[in-house]
Design a protein around this ligand. Structure first.
Ligand code: LER
Ligand code: MN
Length: 274
């Protein structure tokens, strides 16, 4: 397993679960200084993001891009893949597709998290899940063309009512024609929703594609009450070799959250183990 830390490029998300928020160069420099393997980037949109700059910073600092978030489509533009308006659904797919391409150029997967929206008003859960499945069918092969998976993130009940746990997420992605969708397991959401987090990770098995490495209170690992030992053991059992990516609050400050994260990662994943 590899370590990663989040860098947001969207000022509106300050105060949210992103560690570094003072620009790409700052994020890469700080991540490299602490010895992270990768950064996870939350960009405002593909058009406003310079893939060349990211690739150059990665090469300079010896860092990979672990994943690219697409939630700015919701935060900034109120686009959702399950909006009742077909025009908005189309724009939402385009927004994500452009970020799938940007991430793909960097060898990274894009994440569908808050862009999934929720069932509300005239939209039933069944209808919303149908639209979400259609979007995944379109975007999964697009990611595949770049040789990367598409990550679907199930969220806790306060953020969606579509899929809130591994079993529901597997029921969504299992029947798809595309086999290129993998699950993003966010340990903060799972702490709220799962009966048994290690058991849920074993259930997800080879479909675990990415992990958001957060403690029970969404602070850095070790600053809450999650026991990560059986969680990491379950991930090892499934053969997971991807990132543990710190999507956590910058509390008490970004630097402390980052150094706490890397210390916890090193305790849990000693060098030369996977
Ligand atoms: C939101 O709570 C979250 O976990 C993000 O990763 C989704 O975009
Ligand atoms: Mn997350």
């Amino acid at each position: 397993m590899k370590s990663a830390i989040t860098v947001t490029l969207v000022p509106e998300t300050r105060g949210g679960p992103f560690v570094f928020s003072a620009g790409l160069a700052d994020g890469f420099t700080r991540a490299a200084a602490l010895g992270f393997d990768a950064v996870e980037i939350f960009p405002p949109s593909a058009a406003e993001t310079d893939a060349g700059e990211i690739a150059a910073l990665g090469a300079t600092h010896g860092l990979r891009v672990a994943a690219v978030g697409t939630g700015a489509g919701w935060v900034r533009h109120k686009l959702r893949l399950t909006d009742p308006d077909p025009g908005i659904r189309r724009r939402a797919i385009k927004f994500v597709a452009d970020l799938v391409d940007l991430a793909g150029k960097l060898g990274a997967p894009a994440i569908i998290g808050s862009m999934q929206g929720r069932a509300e008003g005239v939209v039933t859960r069944e209808q919303a899940l149908g639209w979400l499945a259609e979007a995944l069918e379109e975007l999964g092969p697009r990611a595949q063309a770049h040789g990367v998976p598409l990550l679907y993130e199930f969220l806790n009940r306060y953020e969606t009512n579509l899929c809130t746990n591994v079993a529901e997420a597997l029921a969504l992605i299992g029947p798809l024609r595309t086999t290129n969708v993998q699950l993003l397991c966010d340990l903060f959401h799972m702490n709220i929703e799962e009966v048994d987090v290690p058991g849920a990770l074993r259930l997800a098995g080879p479909r675990v594609g990415h992990v958001h490495f957060a403690d029970s209170n969404r602070r850095a690992a070790g600053l809450g009450h999650t026991n990560f030992v059986p969680i990491v053991a379950a991930l090892r059992e499934t053969g997971y070799a991807g990132h543990l990516s710190a999507e956590v609050l910058a509390q008490p400050d970004a630097q402390t959250a980052a150094s706490q994260t890397i210390a916890a990662f090193r305790r849990l994943v000693p060098r030369r183990s996977t």
